[in-house]
Design a binder for this molecule. Structure first.
Ligand code: TYD
Length: 215
């Protein structure tokens, strides 16, 4: 499997995407450990967040209790967090030649604010391409999860659901479909894995896909 390097920078940019409860954080941790073990400098980060302003935007947009947030405002808050993240964290790391492992990126906005909130997916993509100066991942790993299964997993530790997670299963089903459609449109950039596999099996599949790129 080969991946285009659209940014032209020496580093490698890997995004993890998928519905809530897909197991992205576990895979991010396993992947970072493996990459560090092979001698790569790795930056693990997440969206929304990753910078001081981004973390503030994260609590604004995810916590309950800030009153109504309409779809466009929500999309712009995610895009603003992403703009800061790309400028301050991701591009500097890629310029150093590091591997960036990012928990969610632009495709989350296209899926959640586009399909989920009913905004035009192309408009959401355009705003985000402007916010990031067009930076795309080299590889996007999509962990595909059934919405009901995702909800069971993320609430199993009695964790409270955030503003987006607490949306009904139908909302999460449309997001799942949107992610799968994005992956179909750009198969060369996507690795799609059913999140039902064991964490170790999923981890091995991700490493296999990266063979040659990280060598
Ligand atoms: P995430 O960090 O995956 O949640 P957790 O901290 O519980 O692991 O993502 C937070 C939520 O934000 C998730 O429900 C998806 C949503 N989100 C969007 O709606 N649009 C976006 O652009 C991003 C990055 C996340």
């Amino acid at each position: 499997m080969t991946f285009p390097l659209p940014h032209g920078l020496p580093g490698l940019f890997i995004a993890l995407e998928g519905g809530d409860g897909a197991g992205k954080s576990t895979q991010a941790a396993l992947l970072c450990r493996a990459l560090e073990g092979s001698g790569r400098a790795v930056v693990r980060t997440r969206e929304p967040g990753g910078t001081p302003i981004g973390e503030k935007l994260r609590s604004l947009v995810l916590e309950h209790g800030h009153g109504e947030i309409d779809a466009r405002t929500e999309a712009l808050l995610f895009a603003a967090s992403r703009a800061a993240h790309v400028q301050q964290v991701i591009v500097p790391a890629l310029e150093r030649g590091d591997v960036v492992v990012c928990d969610r990126y632009i495709d989350s906005s296209v899926a959640y604010q586009g399909a989920g909130r009913g905004l035009d997916p192309q408009a959401v993509l355009d705003v985000n391409l402007w916010a990031t100066n067009g930076l795309r991942p080299d590889l996007t790993v999509l962990l595909d999860v059934d919405p009901a299964e995702g909800r069971t997993r993320r609430t199993s530790g009695a964790a409270a659901e955030d503003r987006l997670e607490s949306e009904p299963d139908g909302f999460h089903a449309s997001i799942r479909a949107a992610f799968l459609e994005l992956a179909q449109e750009e198969p060369e950039r996507y690795l799609v894995l059913a999140a039902t596999g064991s964490p170790q099996d999923l981890h091995r599949a991700i490493l296999e896909a990266l063979t040659g790129v990280t060598a």
